[in-house]
Design a protein around this ligand. Sequence first.
Ligand code: CTP
Length: 403
Amino acid sequence: MLKGKRILLGVTGGIAAYKSAFLVRLLIKAGAEVKVVMTPAAHQFITPLTLATLSKNPVATQFTNGENGEWNNHIDLGLWGDLMVIAPASANTLSKLAEGRSDNLLVAVFLSARCPVLVAPAMDLDMYSNKATQINLVRIQQNGVKIIPPGTGELASGLSGEGRMAEPEEILKFIEATFTNASRLSSKKILVTAGPTYEAIDPVRFIGNHSSGKMGFELAEALAERGADVVLVSGPVSLQTKNPRIERKDVVSAQEMFECCMEIFPTCHAAILSAAVADFRPKNVADSKIKKGASGINEISLEETPDILASLGKLKSKKQILAGFALETNNEIANAKTKLESKNLDFIVLNSLKDFGAGFGTDTNKISILTNEGKTINFELKSKSAVANDIADHLVTISPNEA
Ligand code: CTP
């Protein structure tokens, strides 16, 4: 899979730099071409000669080579790679990546690279959990960089915790997945809805629900990672997108979400609606704040909001794929099947509030996918990002391959 792929490996100063040698060997064995760029501090942990010998290419550290002034052209290096991997990435380098600094060759190459970038942080547990490092990681991800999470275990300091660089075999899996995933949904436009909707009672009050939007945001990331152009229509949430392939449209009410989706869906390959849309809204919205003791305030008359998923189901062409979520508390399978059929869906993602760890606000979810061919696929309790990968992979398997 990596045959002929050009990998730029950035190595920074940390004890995990010794593992870079194993990573280079794995990459070369897999058929990749490898060029290594090191920071000056990395030389204290592993020699350039080791990495040059294993990669079969000279290692670059400085902007110029020795006395003859030969230039290590960071722009050419940045454009050479099909993928850049920075492993290990020290706390210092992470802060430079987040700020866009270019005071050494490695970070200058990072700024010049047009290819996807993977970063494998490696540091002591307190440095890793420090707010400054965590903020840097968020900023880097917002620039489209993918983080390979560090492992937990014994650290060079003798302490034990999170911060240890992922093992070379695991980094290799991330590299392979980046190449396979990147094209699986490329040139497909996919609509995703997320979060709650707020239905106004008066200018300061609303009817809403506890949806955090996490599932829909993770789903948008998983689809974008597979090369899709995602339009994420989100209700009010306090989340941010990371992948630049995601175009975000913020809405507040069910009506706004409905109008936005109806406009976008006709040009989409697929839509997955995960938003917890309010089913009812106040019939009349007061123009000014309702005061205590106002007459008739003991009841609010409600009317139904438009069912966005069902409306898209009516619009759907044979080529389009439509999926929804069902959050159920009882008769889960039967209720989900009814929704699957009545809303004309290709599949529905069922999560039961009875399952521990599933539902609103949690970082985990336990789902089943029910298909319009009558299949039920059950999954274990997983992080919402792993669940998002399962759903995105299911979409890949049922998407027609137009290549
Ligand atoms: N949905 C929607 N528009 C609505 C209500 C729901 O698009 N007005 C979508 C949700 O995004 C979800 C699916 O429909 O993908 C199922 O939502 P759910 O609330 O479980 O089902 P409802 O059809 O609203 O039925 P009920 O609340 O009675 O279970």
